[in-house]
Design a protein around this ligand. Structure first.
Ligand code: SAM
Ligand code: DTB
Ligand code: SF4
Length: 314
């Protein structure tokens, strides 16, 4: 039952925000940011690929697809290896540990092992997040029982652009899994990728889809495409850095209470661009020198950036 009318966010309205003069857009985003969040506090999550490569899906950006990726297929990591990485992440100051698997979705035996990892990582005092692909009936409940805090599952791009990037599954399947995660009481981490050759309208449509989820995701990763060798998108033209910052600002205005994560692509960004992303309302990052297969800034570079900008980790 919906007690109050849902506030709908239209693509047109978000496209109009994108079109504002840059300073006006950043000013509005910063105002919204300060009403809902601590101005100088940034959450840090560390990623680990627990199962790398050989994925059945053909996502055009992904190095781990068996269709085009150059990354070798590996087995699911053993628990001690995962625990060692989680301990190191905690000791470096991460508050959340995110485990990613290159699967279309987990088999029952895989899920059993991942639940053991979740329990063990949580016991270290870290928040937990996993990204395992599509979930079948009952699997989200199993993850919830293990104490999982967040499930990451991106809708990646606008509905009208999805089929140009991925053909082995439709976006509807992603929404179904997101519903299962929400119903199981797990917090939702859901965002997308920009810089894949989509139009500005498609970027606005992606953000409208996210903002219209009821409730919107608690965590919204905004990834800039990292062009990975061998993938269909390896030669995608780079996005204007100001357009990326605008995307962060519009996400902040459209989803005032969500944590907006400045995600993949940070290694390729200058310190100045990252600072403008924080000013635009990003308040979370991936922390540690590796994403899943691509690079990320060294923790020392981030520490120094935080110090120069007066940012504090939460
Ligand atoms: N297989 C699971 C899935 O697709 O949900 C989990 C892993 S998948 C690699 C997680 C997310 O990483 C994707 O949805 C996409 O948003 C992001 N991603 C993958 N490759 C990327 C790239 N080259 N650049 C930017 N983001 C990327
Ligand atoms: C998300 O939105 N970005 C992360 C995480 N969720 C799983 C993954 C980024 C992957 C970048 C490319 C790579 O490392 O292969
Ligand atoms: Fe597989 Fe996920 Fe990569 Fe798509 S994004 S190919 S589902 S690992």
């Amino acid at each position: 039952m919906t007690a109050i009318a849902e506030k709908t966010c239209t693509t047109d309205a978000l496209e109009a925000l994108f079109a504002l003069p840059f300073n006006d857009l950043l000013y509005r985003a910063q105002q919204v940011h300060r009403q809902h969040h601590e101005a100088n506090a940034i959450q840090r999550s560390t990623l680990l690929s627990i199962k790398t490569g050989g994925c059945s899906e053909d996502c055009g950006y992904c190095s781990q697809s068996a269709h085009h990726g150059k990354v070798e297929r590996e087995a699911l990591l053993e628990l001690p290896e995962v625990l060692a990485a989680a301990t190191a992440a905690r000791d470096k100051g991460a508050s959340r540990f995110c485990m990613g698997a290159a699967w279309r979705g987990p088999k029952e035996s895989d899920l059993e092992r991942v639940t053991e990892m979740i329990r063990a990582v949580k016991a270290l005092g870290l928040e937990t997040c996993v990204t395992l692909g599509t979930l079948k009936e009952g699997q989200a409940e199993r993850l919830a029982e293990a104490g999982l805090d967040y499930y990451n599952h991106n809708i990646d791009t606008a509905p009208e652009f999805y089929a140009q990037v991925i053909t082995t599954h439709g976006q509807g399947e992603r929404f179904n899994t997101l519903d299962k995660v929400r119903e199981a009481g797990i917090k939702v981490c859901c965002g997308g990728i920009v810089g894949m050759g989509e139009t500005r309208r498609a970027r606005a449509a992606l953000l409208a889809e996210l903002a219209n989820m009821s409730p919107p995701p608690e965590s919204v990763p905004i990834n800039e495409l990292v062009p990975m060798p061998g993938t269909p998108l390896e030669n995608a033209p780079p996005l204007d850095p100001f357009e990326f910052i605008r995307t962060i600002a519009v996400a902040r205005i459209a989803m005032p209470s969500s944590m907006v994560r400045l995600s993949a692509g940070r290694q390729e960004m200058s310190d100045e661009q990252q600072a403008l992303c924080f000013l635009a309302g990003a308040n979370s990052i991936f922390y540690g020198d590796k994403l899943l297969t691509a690079g990320n800034p060294e923790a020392d570079r981030d520490e120094s950036l935080f110090q120069r900008l007066g940012l504090v980790a939460i």
